[in-house]
Write a protein that binds this ligand. Structure first.
Ligand code: NAP
Ligand code: ZN
Length: 363
């Protein structure tokens, strides 16, 4: 059995201010990568700038990362970062994934982004420090970066495996998430835990961590539904999200994530919501019902119906036509990377059923 997790996770109040030396470890000229607002709103950017100023470290800022970052954005970020020696990613999954991809381009030939990102690269990426503000993707502890590739009309993982050197976790950065973003991102973490637990690549460590992450998630699920999250509750979601990242770094994700990309790219449905909408129908078709039962138990749900009701109340249901479902399902059948992680044989009809059964119920 093997388990590789090289990211040093530090979780504490005032984590950036208390760990200033980390910002001097990799050079004197970082590129800070953020989205448009979240790094400012969460207070994380101002903490980082304070520390860089105390340490006399100059920096460059790329603050233009959109949700589901495109290859074009990665190229612009890399141009902005020429000459930098390491990268600090602050935000949700989008800016941190962008930070990883930019760090790879900066260490290689930034004029050949398609090759470097998706085929092969010569040099190791620049070091990345991740400071998350959603809980979430777990990208602070995964080697993945999910990019929007308009040339293929979809989202896809880059080829490299880049674990951040540090994941600096402070729950205060999560407290400014509006309710909808919070619902979507917290459900994303749950889908990671579930897709890891129902995966061909599990081993005993990933199983223990996944089921404990699911239990943690279940212990605060009511507060998410009620829409009132204390810092204590948010911390539990934050921990479950990082645990989810730790296990998908080992196992990968499977059907809901593969199927969700089409919903995000074509229907504009946020990443976490896209996966969450498919979760109940997906679990209903998993053949290992013992594992499904264990998930329900860990979440403190009586059965899958109760789980489905909870998710529906939180996220609503899917609204797409049969024609569109057929197209997305055929595309999914080409996604060998995700199909191979699912333990059962999957045929087109199964994928169609997951999409169809996740739709609004019309009387
Ligand atoms: P996101 O796309 O990074 O951000 C969604 C929205 O939330 C943005 O408007 C963002 O604002 C805002 N936001 C983030 N933190 C906030 C805060 N603390 N306060 C207020 N607003 C905040 O969301 P995400 O769900 O975390 O990331 C999704 C991306 O991660 C997708 O591209 C997905 O494919 C990827 N992903 C990656 C992995 C991995 O292992 N690499 C795993 C799962 C998902 P700004 O635009 O201002 O930042
Ligand atoms: Zn996800």
């Amino acid at each position: 059995m093997k388990y590789y997790m090289p990211t040093l996770i530090i979780e504490e109040d005032q984590v950036v201010i208390n760990n200033q030396d980390i910002f001097g470890l990799y050079g004197k000229n970082p590129l800070i990568v953020t989205g448009k607002q979240s790094a400012i709103l969460s207070g994380a950017l101002s903490d980082v700038l304070k520390v860089l100023s105390i340490k006399g470290i100059s920096y460059k800022l790329f603050d233009k990362v959109e949700e589901n970052p495109s290859v074009e954005t990665i190229e612009s970020g890399a141009k902005q970062g020429i000459g930098c020696d390491y990268v600090i990613g602050i935000g949700g999954g989008s800016p941190i994934d962008a930070a990883k991809a930019i760090s790879l381009l900066l260490a290689n030939d930034i004029t050949d982004s398609q090759t470097i990102l998706f085929n092969n690269h010569k040099n190791e990426a620049l070091p990345v420090i991740a400071i998350p503000t959603t809980g979430g993707t777990g990208t602070e502890v995964t080697p993945y970066a999910i990019l929007t590739d308009h040339s293929l009309g979809t989202k896809r993982n880059f080829k490299a495996k880049i674990f951040p050197k540090y994941a600096l976790m402070d729950v205060k950065y999560f407290m400014t998430m509006p309710k909808e973003i919070r619902n979507n991102t917290c459900v994303d973490a749950l889908t990671h835990l579930v897709e890891s637990y129902m995966n061909v690549n599990t081993n005993k460590y990933s199983d223990y961590i996944a089921i404990e992450g699911i239990r943690l998630w279940g212990s605060v699920k009511e507060s998410l539904q009620e829409g009132e999250l204390s810092e204590k509750d948010m911390k539990v979601f934050m921990n479950a999200s990082t645990m989810a990242g730790i296990v998908i770094a080992q196992t990968g994700t499977s059907l809901p994530h593969g199927m969700g990309y089409a919903l995000t790219y074509n229907e504009g449905i946020a990443h976490g919501r896209a996966n969450g909408l498919l979760m109940k129908a997906y679990l209903s078709m998993c053949k290992d019902t013992n594992r499904v039962d264990r998930i329900m138990k860990a979440l403190y749900f009586s059965d899958l119906e109760a789980f489905g009701g909870y998710i529906e109340k939180l996220l609503g249901r899917l609204n797409i036509s049969n024609k569109v479902i057929l197209k997305y399902s055929k595309d999914m059948m080409e996604n060998e990377n995700k199909l191979k992680n699912h333990p059962d044989k999957v045929v087109l009809k199964d994928i169609i059923s997951i999409y169809s059964d996740s739709r609004e119920i019309k009387n």
